[in-house]
Structures are given as structure tokens and as C-alpha cells.
Design a protein around this ligand. Structure first.
Ligand code: NAP
Length: 288
């Protein structure tokens, strides 16, 4: 059976939440400050950080960008992190990943003070997430949960299949969805999962977060499923002025007619992820 699914519009929701945050800033008369450390000149990282800084400006937050060349030493980077940890004017900060191969991501993440770790990558925040304690939740899983909540997509008792087990998306999302209160039954899958197609076919909710464009096809989803597409791969597109476009992990054209609800790419999970960072920054400011 083919029908028009509900399009879960991340752009629209993100705009609503930004105006809520603007209002909070106005009411308090105070402006939280987010800092970002950017190493090197990777095109993707440059544009992600620029978006984050613009988002701050849009809601009335302050922001600060600290740049280093690719040749930065671990010691210099750790010193910059320490400075931000102790700077009372900075509420939260991120170190944009990936870092040059000579620098250990883990040592950098672990150097961030957990109460300023607005990316939610520090082991203390991941531990709190697992235990259901208050802490910073990574922006993408937070954004997906908020999207589902605001669209009133029921999770309780539903079977959710999450494809991809990364530390920043699939794993934390599986924890959030299966927590008391959310109450989904979650199957977390990965590249070694054997019967992935059959598992997806049994799901009420499928989250595709693996980074393979068009991976989830119509034969893998059941009628009426809710499909969340996290993938954002740049694929060549000569018709686009910049020569590429973003493509999700879901074959939208074939899958959408079978779904009850689906996120588009772009305009679904991406804008909600950006909101996740703003919300964590607000929280860091409020709880300091
Ligand atoms: P990642 O770290 O590369 O992890 C990919 C996961 O997918 C791994 O767990 C991997 O399994 C699994 N996988 C790979 N091939 C598979 C297959 N054939 N079948 C089942 N599982 C498979 O990726 P990520 O950082 O989570 O990102 C995933 C995608 O989301 C990327 O396109 C990324 O750009 C996008 N993303 C978007 C946002 C947003 O805001 N929209 C935010 C973050 C990421 P193994 O563990 O077994 O290797």
C-alpha cells in the first residue's frame, strides 16, 4: 500500500526551538558562551563550526572560535582545553572532530571538564547516560529523541532497530530509546549483524545511521514504519552549484511511500543535531 508519509520536518522544529531559546535569553538578560576549537582546514569541519557559531548568534548566545593549524602539538591543544576548562566566561566548548592522526581523540575528549563537555563525548557523560543520570547527551541522539517527542511518535513498547553503533549516534540513541520513560525495545545492529533485513522488516521504527547512502531500501521496511535517516554523505551532483549534495542512508523515493513518518535529508536530523548543541550550552550555563 502506498500513501503520503508524515514528513518529520527538522528545519521547522529547529526554528521553533531557536525562537524558544531566544526568548529565554531575553528573559534572563544573560547570554551563554559556547567556544569551539578547530584544528586544520577540513572543508566539512569548517562548515560545521561556522554553522554552530551562526546558530549561537541567532539565539543570542556568545561564541568563540579558537583555531590551530594541522601541525598543532597535543600539548598545545591540551593547554587550550585547560584554559577553556577554567575560563569562567565560557559555559561549554567543543573540539571539532576529526583531529589530525598524530593527536589522540580520546586524550583530548578526556581533558575536557565534564561540566563543559557540551558534545557529551566525555566518558563521565556517557556513563551518566547509561545510568540515566543527568548529564550532557550527544547532540544527534538528543535531536532524534526531541524530534520524535515533539511529533508525538510513540516509542513505548515499540520495536526500534538502530543500524550503526557509533559512540556518537547509534549506541547512545539505543540507550535513550530503551530507557524507562521512552520504553522502546531496541535492537542495535552493525556491520556484523547477520539478518539485518529481517530485523528491519520487524521494526516499528528504523534508524539508519551507518553512512552508506541509499542503504535502507523499501524491501527492508514494513508498511507504516517510522524511518529516521541520520546519514549525511556528500555525493557528486553536477546540477548543484557547489557540485555535491547530501544524501541520506535511506532510499527516500522507494521507502517514503511505505512509511507512516520519515525524516528527509537534508532537513531532518541535521538541524535537530545543531539544536542539541545549543540546548546543552544553555544547560551548562543554567547549571554552573
Ligand atoms: P560511523 O562511526 O562510521 O559508524 C557507522 C556504523 O555503521 C558502525 O557501527 C558500522 O558497524 C555500521 N555499519 C557500517 N556498514 C554497515 C552495514 N553494511 N550494515 C550495518 N551496519 C553497518 O558513523 P557515524 O559517525 O555514526 O555516522 C553515520 C552517518 O550519520 C554518517 O553518514 C554521518 O555523516 C551521519 N551523521 C549525521 C549527523 C547529523 O547531524 N545528521 C550526525 C552524525 C553523523 P561496525 O561498528 O561494525 O563497523
Amino acid at each position: 500500500m502506498s500513501h503520503s508519509p508524515l514528513i518529520l520536518d527538522g528545519n521547522k522544529l529547529a526554528a521553533e526551538i531557536r525562537s524558544e531559546l531566544r526568548e529565554k535569553v531575553k528573559q534572563t538578560g544573560k547570554s551563554p558562551c559556547l567556544a569551539a576549537i578547530l584544528v586544520g582546514n577540513d572543508g566539512g569541519s569548517e562548515s560545521y563550526v561556522a554553522h554552530k557559531m551562526n546558530d549561537c548568534a541567532e539565539v543570542g548566545f556568545q561564541s568563540r572560535l579558537i583555531r590551530f593549524p594541522d601541525s598543532v602539538s597535543s600539548q598545545e591543544l591540551l593547554q587550550a582545553i585547560n584554559n577553556l576548562n577554567t575560563d569562567p566566561n565560557v559555559d561549554g566548548f567543543i573540539v571539532q572532530l576529526p583531529l589530525p592522526p598524530s593527536i589522540s581523540n580520546q586524550s583530548v575528549i578526556q581533558a575536557i571538564a565534564p561540566q563543559k563537555d557540551v558534545d557529551g563525548f566525555h566518558p563521565e557523560n556517557i556513563g551518566k547516560l547509561s545510568l540515566g543520570l543527568p548529564g550532557f547527551v550527544a547532540a544527534t541522539p538528543w535531536g532524534i529523541m526531541e524530534l520524535l517527542r515533539r511529533y508525538q511518535i510513540p516509542l513505548s513498547g515499540k520495536h526500534a532497530v538502530v543500524v550503526g553503533r557509533s559512540n556518537i549516534v547509534g549506541s547512545p540513541l539505543s540507550v535513550l530509546m530503551s530507557r524507562p520513560g521512552a520504553d522502546a525495545t531496541v535492537t542495535l545492529t552493525h556491520s556484523k549483524t547477520r539478518n539485518l533485513k529481517e530485523l528491519c522488516q520487524q521494526a516499528d521504527i528504523v534508524v539508519a545511521a551507518l553512512g552508506i547512502p541509499g542503504f535502507l531500501t523499501a524491501d527492508m521496511v514494513s508498511e507504516g514504519a517510522v524511518v529516521i535517516d541520520v546519514g549525511t554523505t556528500r555525493v557528486p551532483d553536477p546540477s548543484h552549484p557547489r557540485g555535491w549534495r547530501l544524501k541520506g542512508d535511506v532510499d527516500f523515493e522507494s521507502v517514503a511511500p511505505k512509511c507512516s513518518a520519515i525524516t528527509p535529508v537534508p532537513g531532518g536530523v541535521g538541524p535537530m543535531t545543531r539544536i542539541g548543541l545549543l540546548m546543552n550550552t544553555w544547560r551548562a550555563f543554567e547549571t554552573k
